[in-house]
Design a protein around this ligand. Sequence first.
Ligand code: ADP
Length: 434
Amino acid sequence: MKEESQGDISSKNHTHCQTDRQKQEITDSQDIFARMNRIKHIILVLSGKGGVGKSTVAVNLAVTLAEAGKKVGLLDIDIHGPSIPQMLNLTKERLNITGEVLIPANYSQNLKVVSMGLLMGGRDEAVIWRGPLKMKIIKQFLKDADWGELDYLIIDSPPGTGDEPLSIAQLLPHADGAVIVTTPQEISVADVRRCINFCRKLSLKTLGVIENMSGFICPTCNTKIDIFQSGGGRKMSEEMGVPFLGSIPLDKGLVDACDSGKPYVQQFAGTETAKAFSEIIAQLTSAKTENTDISKDKSNEMKGDSQTMRIALPIANNKLCAHFGHCESFALIDVDEQNKTIEHSALIPSPGHQPGLLPPWLREHGVDLVITGGMGMKAIDLLSAQGIKVVMGASEDSPERLVQSYLEGSLVIGENICDHGEHICGHDEHSCDH
Ligand code: ADP
């Protein structure tokens, strides 16, 4: 009998490990999806760099929405220096962990908070955390924090366009989009441009840009003085074709509010700066509430560009799953049909197998076409009633390869393995939707 060489064994182990890791990733994304599915609007607050007021904006956004009667969660995953507990005077609070569930701290009846700062002993501790550990914690926050039903989840993300914001955006394909905070200087505006391109690459909608520290209102004469040249954020938003949500002036009250732990919009209601926050939120929420049914809305928001077609493929073990309804997850791949390119792809967990559930669910996720191995006639009818086309008989290959072949017109189509009276999956033709 041939003995396995060391190389054989380690490569087998490696393959085995990868499979376990991939399985874990699918389970994680299913857990995250289950949590996020109970939240109507998920908004990421991003900035090209630190210190521009991203956390200040996130806090005041969350508090204003909560005061308006919305159920709000504020998730602080800017773990380089979590400042939210300080800004909300929650520094003495600690998060309760029950089994694998993380119970958010209550700032008020309508506002729940989860922050790394509520797990750590002190604010400086985050600085020594290493990349992989940070990513694990971020994932755990998304997976384990039990928010319950929320109207809004505001996420204070790490600054920049590095690995951490990238992973967060990838873990949250269900997010409504991103609000980008900048300051008026040219250099910050350049960072925001990068941020917008980053969102575009990830098919994460840019909900708008906020120019913070934009001019200074003199407390004695009430005149606005432009310390840095203001208006750069608006100009850049116009150039980039994204909404400009408004400007917030430099205001000592914001620093005092941050230090005292009482949010500005509560402490200084009615001031010019508080009005600026309200106007920004009005603009942000009116754009969102035009489609209050977020699930309906999500389809186009996720796609970002209406020219893009979204293809769904049922997946098991990272390959096309032979049976549509019994897959672990769906690959959602956005393509530019004209240029025959894949623009973005995401893996989201299947909502499960219940008769009639998948066609409307796929429609809600903006799917235009399904590529699958097999499918029953009933399911084909239900999908076409939702305006979704179906290509059947594709082989068990990687979703990206199948989609690329489809775009190039070289997709090999075999037999529809479900298209016969007695299905391999044991269902008859009338009930089978896989
Ligand atoms: P980031 O999250 O981008 O790192 P922070 O929100 O923590 O930035 O803000 C950094 C500092 O700037 C804080 O001390 C905050 O109080 C202050 N700050 C933010 N926005 C303003 C503003 N418009 N006027 C004055 N100070 C501000």
